[in-house]
Design a protein around this ligand. Sequence first.
Ligand code: FES
Ligand SMILES: [Fe+2]
Length: 450
Amino acid sequence: MTAIEGELVSGTGSTADTSGVPFAVQNPLRIPRERYYDRGFFDLENEKLWPRTWQMACRLEEIPHPNDFTEYEIGTDSVLLVRQADMSVKAFHNACRHRATQLEKGVGRLPGGQLVCPFHGWRWNADGSNSFVYGDHGFAPECLRPDELRLRECKVETWGGCAWINMSPDAGPLRESLAPVVDMLDALGWGNWQVKWWKEVILEANWKIAQEAFMEGYHVPQTHPQLAFGLPIEDYPVDATEYHVHPNGHSHFENKVDGGTPSLDGFLMAGRALADGQDAMTLERDLNVLGALRHRLKPGDNVRKAAAEALRAHAEGAGIPWTEGMENSPLFTSGEVFVFPNLFFLPQYMNSLAYRIRPYGNDPERCRFEVWSLTTYPETEVRPRAESLGRFAKDDADNWGLIPLQDFSNIERQQAGVRTRGFDGLRLATEWEAAIGNMHLELDRRLAQD
Ligand code: FES
Ligand SMILES: [Fe+2]
């Protein structure tokens, strides 16, 4: 085993025997292609990964009021998240205790605070206790024991503006499973982020292929030439980004800040290029604040520091909550945090893009890819309930910014490529693509569990 492989393995904190896992990763720099389409491997993920993993099931702004619900689908499971009268959140397996009919679909508000089965009309309170069985005298008593009529719950915890579920009753605490990236996100005030917009796309690709496109910046000069500012690929500074893999399958990358002090123009140009057509990360609000620095900066001033001070002054004036010390995070100006198994944050200032990628239905070669633009609103601003703007085609240039259009365009071609008989597995750069190997090692560790 090379030093680099050893580093990756210890990065997962994993010593699991994965010999029983089909197509297990033997070398985290070489990923077997079958992991992206094999039915048995996909079924194993559905059995061992998703039902036993903390996963982001909804943003809290989706269910702002008591009795609001939203459905979270993963594999063949459906879970209803229901806001309670005390503002806590409960999660119920979405199946009637009579004959399994799904109680609700999509999003909505429980009429009269009741979950009502559309088949024979059994009802439940928002806390999952049964409130009505039609014709109960026709059932044997053992079929109507109150503890068996309660809706079955999943574990739920709320953190970072999200509700997270775990279907396993043995699951440990959420924050333990999010370590150590939870601290980085806490430092950026992610609990203050709220939905500005939210959209989705269905891609003809395995969920892992889709998300791996966002685990590295190595593809930037070829896929997103506008972010290279005219530099030929040979001259694009591939080492300007620092990659870190962490235990539990998590990873993050950040831009090295010792690359010299940028000019204000360079700084703004980079912000605009990322924001262009996206309405995310760098927002118009930020460009206004940062543009005004032009009149204040003196030669030799540190642009990043001045930018943070200006944004902070603006936030204080506008009543936007500011997380103490957030400007000291290398992620404040840009970077990415991957939360195993399938969630990304690309923070910038008081904003972030977020991605969640999951299998679509029961198909190993389709995935559902959601994108959120998150920002921090003034504390007094009353926000509407967060709703998805809808599902848009991967090449819908009216609804996707240039960067996602470019990323989406590669994903299905890559899926077709791993299907090609002559392809013998991914080969990953130790420097730039280690997060992919790290995620696969953690996946195998999960799949190897009894
Ligand atoms: S299946 Fe729900 S009441 Fe019959
Ligand atoms: Fe990209």
